[in-house]
Design a protein around this ligand. Structure first.
Ligand SMILES: Nc1ncnc2c1ncn2[C@@H]1O[C@H](COP(=O)(O)OP(=O)(O)OP(=O)(O)O)[C@@H](O)[C@H]1O
Ligand SMILES: [Mg+2]
Length: 407
């Protein structure tokens, strides 16, 4: 893994020079010569080296959970196309994602989504400089579908493959949308993760805190299931909470006030279940549901605010000049939580950067962007890159052991 920041933009127009920084040469010679000839064509058209770097185009593929996604992104931060096909209907009756159903749906739809993304961008395979596909962590069947598709397209187009860590996709999205500079503090809140990380560069993450048990998105989904709000639960709980009284139910704030910045959500989930049982499961009025959602969301907001406040101190010890908090992952789409995090950040002299909601939940634009960042550092992968069920961003951190934790 490269241990350096993004390099300055190279001046040499040749493709090899553009991507030769810390180079890992895994691709076939053919792939490189075709890419070189495209760079030569661009140079012949009078494009400057910087133009060529900015014009780098990457196809992203994402299939690690229950969204089949394809996107085309340019290095100048233009998202030329981003297609997302959710599978919520297929999983709704089970109240959660069924891995085999998800993998089969990815097989069925990924080719069409890639074709639609290319159509929308008005491009063919010949315009691609690389293919970036999620290689983990996630549901292994789905990861295999997207990664195999990416490998096949990379081989046919004769361009490098980048095997992307899905979490790095989330982690770097704020650089696609807001050009955030390293280092920054990252709160990653998604269906499988709840972590605080110091982000020093591409591939350079230090985990400051993580959950002992459930991820925060999982707590939203389980709360929604208990309240009969369907799947996925996050957006439904957020909507219902708008009409609710957040003070009606006294729910716990696990780990609030304790040192460090780890999380725990299983006690909160159990407290919601007890409240539902007390009211009488199946006999909840719409107002009960709204009040429970609002009370639950207030507890989550209090916990996140408390943990992030401690993380500012830990992050500040390492990076005294760092002043950006990035929130990413599906739960970062929640407007109430974003507002609360913005307030906490401001109180501690930090600025909150939250990508637009459609780039918080799973998408392939973030995977293409992570590919662009890695390509610029010469970090490409061999066509035998393995799919990975677990893949922590900080390999030196002790493994998280909670149920459902993927890294
Ligand atoms: N508005 C919202 N409020 C709260 N939670 C939300 C909202 N929108 C989505 N979520 C939650 O975000 C999660 C999905 O996020 P994401 O797609 O990033 O997860 P994932 O890819 O399954 O997990 P991971 O990224 O950890 O592998 C779900 O748990 C969903 O309920
Ligand atoms: Mg995700």
């Amino acid at each position: 893994m490269a241990r350096k920041d993004m390099p300055p933009k190279p001046r040499d127009p040749s493709w090899r020079a553009r991507h030769a920084l810390g180079h890992k040469r895994h691709q076939s010679a053919d792939a490189y010569s075709r890419a070189d000839s495209r760079a030569a064509e661009r140079a012949a058209r009078g494009e400057r080296a910087d133009d060529a770097v900015e014009a780098t185009i990457v196809l992203g593929i994402e299939t690690s959970c229950d969204e089949t996604c394809a996107a085309i992104v340019r290095a100048d931060r233009r998202v030329l196309a981003s297609r997302v096909r959710g599978q919520a209907d297929a999983h709704a009756r089970y109240g959660g994602v069924v891995p085999e159903i998800a993998a089969r749906a990815h097989v069925e739809h990924i080719d069409r989504l890639v074709a639609e993304a290319l159509d929308e961008a008005g491009l063919g395979f010949d315009a691609l400089d690389a293919v970036a596909a999620t290689a983990g962590p996630g549901l292994i069947g789905g990861v295999m579908v997207g990664l195999m598709t990416g490998k096949a397209i990379a081989a046919v187009a004769g361009v490098p493959l980048i095997a992307v860590n899905h979490l790095e996709g989330h982690a770097l999205t704020a650089r696609l949308t807001d050009d955030v500079a390293f280092p920054y503090l990252l709160l990653l809140v998604s269906g499988g993760h709840c972590q605080l990380l110091a982000v020093e560069g591409v591939g350079r993450y230090t985990r400051l805190g993580t959950t002992y048990d459930d991820a925060v998105g999982e707590a939203y989904d389980k709360t929604a299931k208990l309240l009969g709000l369907g799947f996925p639960g996050g957006p439904a709980v957020e909507r219902a909470a708008l009409a609710g009284d957040a003070t009606r139910f006294k729910l716990p704030r696990p780990l609030k006030g304790r040192p460090g910045c780890d999380f725990s959500f299983s006690g909160l989930k159990t407290a919601v279940r007890h409240a539902v049982e007390t009211l009488g499961a199946g006999r909840l009025a719409a107002q009960d549901v709204a009040d429970l959602c609002a009370s639950f969301q207030a507890a989550v907001a209090d916990v996140l605010a408390d943990r992030v406040a401690n993380a500012f101190a830990l992050f500040g010890e390492r990076f005294p000049a760092g002043d950006v908090l990035v929130v990413a992952g599906g739960v970062a789409a929640n407007q109430a939580l974003r507002a609360r995090l913005g307030t906490v950040a401001e109180a501690h002299g930090f600025v909150l950067v939250a990508p637009p909601p459609e780039l918080c939940t799973d998408n392939a634009a973030m995977i293409a962007w992570a590919g662009i960042e890695r390509l610029a550092l010469g970090l490409t992968d061999a066509l035998d890159a393995p799919p990975r069920g677990r893949w922590p961003l900080d390999p030196d951190a002790p493994p998280a052991t909670g149920a459902g934790i993927k890294a």
